[in-house]
Write a protein that binds this ligand. Structure first.
Ligand code: PRP
Length: 179
């Protein structure tokens, strides 16, 4: 385990099992359809890469970048649009893939923006959810794990751009982020 972690919250084996389960569920739900997966950069990169390899339906991949955190551990509520999609989403089945939903502000903003572009459908898949932190009404369609309100890193999730490469999801020691 990395020295900056207090403990492992979700081990890589449990993540892999859950990603396989989500992949089966999504493949069944979209059977016979074409899907456009939208990776919300950067945290969802690793989850997206693993999830896509578990899908048996036809899927295209695009990415979008909006950021609300910067180097802080708490959401500012300010959403910045950094990179738009490459593809048109009109008339397509969208699956927005996130690593974590916290306040819900980021996805509320993003999904409202995407709905305005007239997709056929739009669902949200997140590896991690912190429902206790929600500030807006936003319910993901597919959730890997509900987690407590602790600062987690690894498997794509960062603190100040570090720790994304860790294979497990772990709880960061509070002294690392100065609390
Ligand atoms: C994280 C995460 C979500 C958002 C969730 O992204 O990937 O997009 O915060 O928080 P919210 O529900 O409170 O809005 P972050 O801004 O840290 O960017 P990153 O994915 O590039 O690390």
């Amino acid at each position: 385990m990395h020295n900056d972690l207090e403990s492992i919250l979700i081990a890589k084996e449990a993540i892999a099992a859950k990603v396989a389960e989500l992949g089966q569920q999504i493949s069944a739900d979209y059977e016979g359809e074409e899907l456009l997966a939208i990776c919300v950069l950067k945290g969802a990169i690793i989850f997206t890469a693993d999830l896509l390899r578990q899908l048996t339906v036809d899927v295209s991949l695009d990415s979008i970048s909006i950021s609300s955190y910067g180097h802080s551990t708490r959401s500012s509520g300010v959403v910045r649009f950094l990179k738009d999609l490459d593809e048109s989403v009109e008339g397509r089945h969208l699956l927005v893939i996130e690593d974590i939903i916290d306040t819900g502000l980021t996805l509320k903003y993003l999904t409202e923006n995407l709905w305005s572009r007239k997709p056929k459908s739009l669902k949200i898949c997140t590896l991690l959810d912190k429902p206790s932190r929600r500030q807006v009404d936003l319910k993901p369609d597919y959730v890997g794990f509900n987690i407590p309100d602790r600062f987690v890193v690894g498997y794509g999730l960062d603190y100040a751009e570090r720790y994304r490469q860790l294979p497990d999801v772990g709880i960061l020691r509070p002294e690392v982020y100065g609390e």
